[in-house]
Write a protein that binds this ligand. Sequence first.
Ligand SMILES: *[C@@H]1O[C@H](CO)[C@@H](O)[C@H](O)[C@H]1NC(C)=O
Ligand SMILES: *[C@@H]1O[C@H](CO)[C@@H](O)[C@H](O)[C@H]1NC(C)=O
Ligand SMILES: *[C@@H]1O[C@H](CO)[C@@H](O)[C@H](O)[C@H]1NC(C)=O
Ligand SMILES: *[C@@H]1O[C@H](CO)[C@@H](O)[C@H](O)[C@H]1NC(C)=O
Ligand SMILES: *[C@@H]1O[C@H](CO)[C@@H](O)[C@H](O)[C@H]1NC(C)=O
Length: 324
Amino acid sequence: MAKGMLSNFSQLVLCLFSFLTLSHQTPAGGLPYTVGNVTLPNGIQMFYREAGPTNGTTLLLLHGFPSSSHQFRNFIPILAARGYHVVAPDYPGFGFTVVPESLNYTYSFAALTQSVAAFLDAKDITAFVPYMHDYGGPIGFRLALQRPQSILAFISQNANAYIEGFGATFWPPIFSLWNATTPAQFQAAAAPINDTALTLAGIKSQYTTGSARPERLEPESYWLDYALIDEQAGNRDVQIALLTDYRSNVPLYPAFQAYFRRAQPKLLAAWGKNDIIFVPPGAEAFKRDILNAEVVLIDAGHFLLETNLGQMAGLVLDFLKKSL
Ligand SMILES: *[C@@H]1O[C@H](CO)[C@@H](O)[C@H](O)[C@H]1NC(C)=O
Ligand SMILES: *[C@@H]1O[C@H](CO)[C@@H](O)[C@H](O)[C@H]1NC(C)=O
Ligand SMILES: *[C@@H]1O[C@H](CO)[C@@H](O)[C@H](O)[C@H]1NC(C)=O
Ligand SMILES: *[C@@H]1O[C@H](CO)[C@@H](O)[C@H](O)[C@H]1NC(C)=O
Ligand SMILES: *[C@@H]1O[C@H](CO)[C@@H](O)[C@H](O)[C@H]1NC(C)=O
């Protein structure tokens, strides 16, 4: 371990803790979690990572664009060591989930939510805490509208439910996709996204932009995201379809917010405050509808588990302990 890495005591504790976790609870495979897939009724083979006692409270980790359950690789063992049952699926179009060509799957947030719901049913998970990052936000909140009785609490990490959460500089190229009404306009809007956001440089910038600790980023995180987009025929189109369909979440915001006011769920919004994609006013907005919402802004960017794992684990474990 490099000198200077342990900048404070809590990090040291976490480091020791992770070491103990790894040395005592590593399954035979060598990973601090299991990997596998379930075949959904429609034939999708949904890949997921899972750890912790199955009788513990379930945390459903919902990843962001352009990543997968891989973004939770270091977080999962920490939660599992505290007795939580953790599951992290890869959505269709991401990570190692396999979608049969014959299915002609429509890549939309409604469909991704339906696939996550089918995954929960296959795993017989009826109560859970969604931990939502980025794309995980609309998926978790849609699930909550569909099965409110299953929701134990929410954790939002730059996972948005308010108009004011959209970053002013990041979204205009995507708004152009939303506004396109002809195939020519759509192509004209898609090309620059294909040439920027979906390149290695664009994906890397999702990790580095706003990060106070870019030196902590493991290059394999963005390289894996990039490889999975670049190496799989048609995946760029999938990503553009989902960036386009993100539009479909906005008309649901009033329903999400009415549900928050009605149900008053426990909610922790711990957001990277330098994220340019989903910005702090979106985190603060939860307080308008959920009286006891806890909002914490962290000196980090979009992928804060990569750079602020110990801090985030501390916040999440404290929140869960007092909320459940
Ligand atoms: C899914 O799991 C089965 C074993 O249950 C395995 O044979 C198969 O290779 C896995 N598929 C993927 C895509 O990981
Ligand atoms: C889960 O099961 C284990 C082993 O049977 C038991 O020791 C533990 O207390 C259980 N935990 C909960 C939260 O029920
Ligand atoms: C696949 O779905 C698209 C859009 O839903 C539709 O236009 C197309 O005809 C479908 N293709 C097949 C082979 O079913
Ligand atoms: C998209 O359309 C909206 C509403 O018509 C407009 O306010 C906005 O400026 C447009 N944005 C882009 C990037 O085309
Ligand atoms: C996106 O970029 C790739 C690689 O540069 C290219 O092969 C593909 O045709 C582009 N797709 C669109 C829709 O522009």
